[in-house]
Write a protein of this length. Structure first.
Length: 181
């Protein structure tokens, strides 16, 4: 996560609302960056406190309140964040996970797949990553053998990618809603 902490002399009454404010958990761990408007709401509701004000100081005024535009705020209560492992195309993949990702369909002929093929063969340094593995049926896997798809005259039907966890959770939500309704 990249956080901007540089002073911004360009803050005006027209654009202060969009200034970035770093949010720390109650334990002072950096969580995210939010816009100043949301930060002010958190401060006024007592959900957060100012750790550091923006320099040069920029006052935010209402009829009854004046506060300095914060650069960093800290939540007053600890927010537990579920540990998530970030998966990307170059992450290590397991063979059963690749079969599930490809729905047991061969990436060369779309037939039923029970094996996994290394697009760049292992003998040539091909890794066990999401981008280099694709489900393959036995005949296609044997035909390709220890060659690249281009060398074997075979075409991939889709580009293998790491699974999208957000899309996976959204599909599960829709599935649960359909079952409930």
């Amino acid at each position: 996560m990249a956080f901007r902490h540089a002073e911004d002399p360009h803050i005006t009454s027209d654009n202060w609302i969009h200034a970035g404010v770093l949010v720390l958990n109650a334990s002072y761990e950096a969580l995210t960056e939010i816009n100043a408007e949301r930060a002010v709401v958190l401060l006024l509701s007592g959900t957060a406190e100012t750790v550091s004000d923006r320099r040069p100081e920029f006052p935010i005024r209402s009829k009854h309140v004046e506060i300095a535009l914060p650069e960093t705020i800290r939540l007053t209560r600890y927010v537990y964040l579920e540990h998530r492992v970030l998966v990307h195309d170059e992450s290590r993949a397991t063979l059963p996970a690749v079969l599930r990702r490809d729905r047991y369909r061969c990436g060369y002929c779309s037939g039923w797949a029970r094996t996994v093929d290394h697009i760049r063969p292992r003998s040539r340094g091909g890794p066990n990553t999401w981008a280099n593995l694709i489900a393959a049926c036995g005949p296609c896997n044997s035909r390709k053998a220890d060659r690249t798809p281009e060398e074997a005259g075979m075409r991939l039907l889709w580009e293998p990618k790491a699974p999208d966890e957000l899309a996976k959770r959204q599909r599960q939500i829709w599935k649960d809603l359909a079952a409930a309704g």
